[in-house]
Design a protein around this ligand. Structure first.
Ligand SMILES: Nc1ncnc2c1ncn2[C@@H]1O[C@H](COP(=O)(O)OP(=O)(O)OP(=O)(O)O)[C@@H](O)[C@H]1O
Ligand SMILES: [Mg+2]
Length: 461
């Protein structure tokens, strides 16, 4: 049941299945002179004036009913107040962390009004509607466990290192850590790709520079460290930072101050540091490509983001549906609205070395087909699936492609092949030798496309 309140310059959308909660919201907002408009079954207005402030109140039970993507789509980027399921001792893992405003089910009028007023003030102060939050799908057990770790470590000041294969959502996890920090979560989130710092520009980009400090320095410029003040500095692809830049970074972190080029004033660092990598930093430390002192400084807390294969069909299909829903927008769903079995089977069986990013691309392509045709057009969708399968790199093509090779865990693949060869391809023995279960071995062989008896590829250098 959806209801729509009007009040002054505020549109308050309420999406709540329980009549008593609805009544309570209506009563609490009565003194705000809110006009209640029943909006059951009618589409929410698309032409909302951009100058009007809009806010939504949604019950978390819509998440349990699989309605989160739908609800997020309907509210179209409005800030959302979630009414939590039952108790005040709630388990925050059950709620999407990007929605920070949660009211307990037994909220008081004062709590509701305070939250509404605070959000309205925030929106007016920003002069803009906040960005539409992206849905973070995490239905699998391993993702639930990761989100529990994120919730546990978000509000502390220790440095965090996030690792996981390419496209698994490391940056999304870094954003969750940022959003969950009581103090720094309110500040900026400054993301820096450490694999793309041009030679000779490290100091200028990270430290900033004073006006006139070099030819062309017309204005003073804040470096990344200063830009992140009061927020989170996210150092992405940290494993790609060359050694000579690693030492500069380490020095600043040890001093806890930074000095702009051409200045003598030391500025104290004040941010939360999160780094991410798709490379095995411990391996890099052993190969002396990564400084061990910097590694230990960054990896006070380590979080591992599982691959899409590890998450399994439950997440593959949920992510696919969430993306489809957002591509469909306000278009009526096809008939029947649920994904046909041949499509869910195909997605569940497909291997995505590019992880969530690759799955997103496929879901967007299929979403466009369904939106344009209004049906689950099997021939067109099968074409999109075949295309995605044929563009999936094989180990050989990745080994031949230097840029992609770093993303391919060739080391692990070769270790598995060596163990298989040593045991004459007996899986039980191999699994025992590697200290993993037969099921995990089978999954890894599938993931790395290891066919019985094939020779290993050379170790990545
Ligand atoms: N759990 C999730 N649910 C829905 N979308 C997700 C999820 N995780 C990641 N995504 C989406 O997948 C894409 C890749 O995520 P992200 O950039 O965080 O991955 P990454 O691990 O940092 O990738 P890379 O290794 O290439 O830097 C983004 O579009 C992101 O919004
Ligand atoms: Mg990334």
């Amino acid at each position: 049941m959806r209801n729509l309140f009007h009040f002054d310059e505020l549109d308050l959308y309420v999406w709540e299945g329980k009549a008593d909660v609805l009544d309570r919201i209506a009563r609490c907002m009565a003194s705000f002179d809110v006009e209640v408009i029943r909006a059951d079954g009618i589409p929410l207005p698309q032409d909302r004036s951009s100058t009007r402030v809009a806010l939504a109140i949604i019950s978390v039970t819509v998440i349990d009913g699989g309605g989160l993507p739908l609800a997020s789509e309907v509210v179209q980027g409005m800030p959302v107040i979630w009414v939590a399921a039952a108790t005040r001792e709630r388990d925050s893992r059950n709620y999407p962390p990007e929605y920070l405003h949660i009211l307990p089910f037994d909220f008081t009028c004062a709590e509701l009004r305070t939250l509404v007023t605070k959000l309205v003030q925030q929106i007016r102060a920003n002069g803009a509607k906040p960005e539409k939050p992206d849905v973070l799908v995490a239905n699998s057990e391993c993702m639930q466990a990761l989100l529990a770790e994120v919730a546990a470590f978000a509000d502390c000041d220790h440095n965090v290192l996030v690792h996981g294969e390419t496209g698994v959502g490391k940056e999304r996890i870094a954003q969750q850590l940022h959003a969950g920090h009581g103090q720094y979560g309110k500040g900026p989130f400054v993301a820096v790709n450490c694999g793309a710092i041009p030679d000779g520009l490290f100091e200028s980009l990270f430290f900033g520079h004073a006006k006139g400090s070099f030819t062309g320095a017309v204005h003073a410029h804040k470096g990344y460290f200063e830009q992140a003040t009061g927020g989170t500095l996210f150092l992405d692809e940290i494993g790609d930072l060359p050694r000579y830049q690693q030492v500069k970074l380490l020095r600043v972190l040890e001093d806890n101050t930074v000095t702009r080029l051409g200045s003598t004033v030391a500025i104290k660092l004040d941010f939360r540091l999160v780094a991410a990598t798709n490379r095995d930093l411990r391996d890099l430390v052993q190969q002396e490509e990564f400084r061990s002192d910097l590694f230990y400084r960054l990896a006070v807390i380590e979080l591992h983001v599982p691959t899409l294969e590890e998450r399994g069909a439950i997440d593959k299909i949920a992510i696919f549906k969430a993306i489809m829903t957002s591509v469909m927008g306000t278009q009526p769903p096809p008939n029947p609205p649920d994904l046909p079995y041949w499509l869910t089977d195909a997605i569940a069986d497909m291997y995505f070395p590019g992880n969530v990013r690759q799955l997103r691309n496929l879901a967007e392509r299929v979403g466009v087909i369904v939106r344009q045709t209004g049906t689950w057009d099997q021939p067109l969708i099968q074409r999109a699936l075949s295309l995605a399968r044929s563009s999936t790199p094989t180990p050989e093509s990745m080994a031949a492609d230097g840029s992609a090779r770093k993303n391919w865990n060739a080391g692990e693949r070769n270790r598995i092949i060596a163990a298989l060869e040593a045991s004459e391809w007996k899986r039980q023995e191999t699994a025992q030798y590697l200290g993993i279960s037969r099921k995990v071995l089978w999954e890894k062989m599938r993931k790395y496309q290891i066919v019985d008896g094939e020779p290993g590829i050379p170790e990545a250098s």
